[in-house]
Design a protein around this ligand. Structure first.
Ligand code: ZN
Length: 60
């Protein structure tokens, strides 16, 4: 479970805050898969970021 995706999905974290947090999350990611996930978010547009977060968390 990715906490940041939950925050984004529930609109508790803005895209700007997420972008600010991503470099550190990439640095401290525990697995290659996690790192890849954060990189994808970093490259995504706001809309795509929300879409990824919703898909990942299953929040509707
Ligand atoms: Zn995530």
């Amino acid at each position: 479970m990715c906490l940041m995706c939950v925050e984004i999905a529930l609109d508790r974290m803005s895209f700007m805050e997420a972008r600010r947090a991503l470099p550190e999350l990439i640095d401290t990611a525990k697995s290659e898969e996690e790192k890849e996930h954060f990189r994808r978010l970093q490259e995504a547009s706001d809309e795509e970021m929300k879409e990824i977060a919703l898909k990942k968390t299953g929040v509707k």
